[in-house]
Design a protein around this ligand. Structure first.
Ligand SMILES: *Cc1c(COP(=O)(O)O)cnc(C)c1O
Length: 435
């Protein structure tokens, strides 16, 4: 299978090339040339496999001859080495908990698969890969843990000094070895500008083998298709004939893109709900047919504070190629007030704790006027322990920290501190990575 550049159709790459290149010409996203369609019998067979075998089968349809199935299976076992929990609340309501990975957020799936793939395709090459990325919190942790101790891959993560929580910082700045973290005296935008400048610098480009690991990488997207199949296989048999509705808390819309690909492949999902916070470019676009991104606003569900979702071109492609009407997609924007109210209501009713992103997904599901005869799933994208203060302020409850967090709190922060200055960063990179 080839992957083509959405902005420049003539550019076609294999999986391993698209993986290593990240973006194509004109900043174009890569997308599969075709999406494999499975018949009912095949889908039924896949649903009966365990999560690792299921994922291997699905991903092998995209990787084809680039990797043997048994090797792919081993890589996925290493990548997806944590549980995925399907928590059934009521007869027709469940949460797909995607937050039991090493950094307690669903991004672990995509990033860990990417790490395993880069490791495999870089094997035997002399060059080290240097992954340079910026984070406002969560992605950095997922990247650091996914690539920790992988040979010949060095990780450099920039983040804004004193602008992320201590807990977040400890989660990825205490690892050491092949992980270097740099606190930049500036904000997140400054960090991203520094990254852009580095990628555009000819000298750095020629001397260092730079890669970005960012969220638009095709490998991260493909990995996320797998858990939609897993969710479906966990729906009780007597409920599967109902219309399946899935609510996806969305920021850059990668998670939703993966769900739509699962639907194209033949997974019988009736409807997706794109749940956003008040950064509502997509709900407004779907309702008013008018594309008008506004300035990004900070909210409680901060990983979804995005006003220009970078996966939207892929979603448009999916709708075009399949002749789908955009009405198939429901979209709801949820305020912070509704978010906290949802956390309170759900706790009172089910004794279940929702962090802000998952609360947005639940609230959008409830707001959507429920059709009869449905089974409803909302995605849980972060562990509530990552939002200790929010939970305390909203529910007046102290939440127990999982072991991963208590362990790293004790460790020393190994970050470097640099000014918001490109030349200083450039010298740092050259000094550390050119032998
Ligand atoms: C990144 C993130 C999201 C949004 O996912 P997208 O794929 O960008 O739409 C939702 N919840 C959490 C906790 C996240 O970290």
């Amino acid at each position: 299978m080839k992957f083509y550049n959405i902005n420049y159709h003539k550019e076609k790459k294999t999986f391993s090339q698209a993986l290593q290149q990240g973006l194509g010409i004109n900043q174009g996203l890569f997308f599969p040339e075709y999406i494999p369609k499975l018949n009912n019998k095949t889908i039924e067979n896949i649903l009966n496999l365990n999560f690792i075998d299921k994922s291997s089968y699905i991903l092998s349809l995209f990787l084809e001859k680039e990797m043997e199935l048994n090797i792919l299976n081993k890589k996925i076992k290493k990548g997806f080495n944590f549980p995925l929990i399907f928590n059934i609340f009521d007869k027709n309501l469940a949460c797909l908990e995607l937050f039991h990975g090493p950094t307690l957020a669903f991004k672990d799936f995509g990033v860990r698969f990417m790490a395993q793939m880069l490791k495999f395709f870089n094997k035997g090459k002399k060059n080290k890969i240097i992954i340079l990325t910026a984070t406002s919190g969560d992605t950095g942790a997922a990247v650091a843990h996914a690539f920790y101790n992988i040979k010949n891959i060095e990780i450099v993560i920039l983040y804004p000094y004193k602008k992320i929580s201590i807990l977040q910082e400890k989660l990825f700045c205490t690892l050491g070895n092949n992980i270097k973290t740099i606190a930049i005296k500036g904000n997140f935008d400054d960090c991203q500008k520094l990254i852009k400048k580095s990628f555009n610098d000819q000298e750095l480009k020629q001397t260092l083998n730079l890669n970005s690991a960012n969220s638009i990488n095709i490998s991260r997207l493909l990995a996320q298709i797998c858990y939609y199949f897993e969710a479906f296989s966990q729906i009780p048999l007597d409920q599967r004939k109902k219309k399946i509705i899935i609510s996806v808390p969305s920021g850059n819309f990668g998670n939703l893109t993966a769900g739509l690909i699962a639907k194209v492949m033949g997974l019988p999902i009736h409807k997706f709900i794109a749940a956003t916070n008040i950064n509502d470019t997509i709900p407004r676009y779907l309702n008013l047919k008018h594309w008008e991104p506004k300035k990004t606003i900070s909210t409680l569900s901060n990983a979804m504070d995005v006003s220009i979702p970078n996966n939207w071109p892929r979603i448009k492609k999916i709708f075009q190629t399949n002749n789908w009407n955009l009405n198939l997609l429901e979209s709801k924007s949820i305020t912070d007030l509704e978010t906290t109210q949802t956390t309170i209501n759900v706790f009172n009713k089910y004794k279940y704790i929702l962090e802000p992103h998952t609360a947005v997904s639940f609230c959008a599901l409830k707001k959507y006027i429920l059709e009869k005869n449905t089974f409803n799933i909302f995605l849980g994208t972060a562990h509530p322990a990552k939002f200790k203060e929010y939970i305390y302020n909203t529910l007046h409850k102290k939440i127990m920290l999982p072991k991963i967090l208590t362990n790293c709190i004790k460790k020393e922060n190994l970050s470097y501190k640099l000014p918001n200055n490109f030349l200083v960063l450039k010298n740092f990179l050259i000094k550390n990575y050119i032998i």
